[in-house]
Design a protein around this ligand. Sequence first.
Ligand code: ZN
Length: 347
Amino acid sequence: MKKTVTTLADGRELIYYDSADDTVRDAVDRRPLDAVSTSSEIRRDPLLGDSVAIASHRQGRTYHPPADECPLCPSQEGRLSEIPDSGYDVAVFENRFPSLAGDSGRCEVVCFTSDHDVSFAGLTEEQAALVLEAWTDRTADLAELPQVAQVFCFENRGAEIGVTLGHPHGQIYGYPFVTPRTEQMLRSMESHRADTGRNLFDDVVARELADGDRVVLEGEHWVAFVPYAAHWPYEVHLHPRRRVPDLRELDQDARTEFPQIYLELLRRFDRIFGPGEPPTPYISAWHQAPFRAPGREEFGLHLELFTIRRTSGKLKFLAGSESGMGVFINDVPPEAAAQRLREVASE
Ligand SMILES: [Zn+2]
């Protein structure tokens, strides 16, 4: 893997990750870009104790541009994009319209491929392996920034999720604090340790394997299951069998097997609702240990993949109970979801 770090016309960082070690990336960003004023502000909610990023500059961001003006496609003569080169394998750059910036963290965009018309599920194993390398390397680089407490690599796929660009891409948020969901997992982990003397993540995976009903896919180094108390209609958690706190500590065996397992999960997701359905909208979210939290070594890196579609043409909205009270109501029993995800396995 070859990594090339460069800067865009307004000073934002751009990093190319290429499969071929002899790749040269020396194209210069020739756009007349003004520096963006990013005024995101973190406000703390006094009742809940959680934080909200107020990012008013984002209202002007690029919204559903036509494909020939895609800012994530490589640049061509007469059509300059965020990627100055005429091609790339994987490219990561600082978001021009970040939700978090400066002392408030960092937002990056990860372009999975230069091909506008493919989805992650359509990548080759080699391409998916390179994306994993990029996620891992970004986690390592952002760990060095004092203002970043936690790194979240994720993909939103589908207009139903609010994706404003069709090009296959994901994002990386470097939060300046430990997020509420992670804090909650750390608390559950600590109390489980106090009650049982065991690790919570290990016990959750062991229970799912023992029950078996909700297991979707087993590799030699990864296990995927619908969790016992799934919040979403179709939700899969993917854990490495050897628990590690974050992407940097995955061993080579797990890295090598990951593309095959993850691509198969994504392909199954697209088949859940049967042929003729538009691609399944999904959120794919890596849960990693915060860098400086006590007990981080006990955290279990895992990926949570879920869709908000509950049946053909119908979305699960976060309505009164979910949005008002934080209580999820899931119409699809986790065992039935797992059964469906096994039925639609690739031949
Ligand atoms: Zn594009």
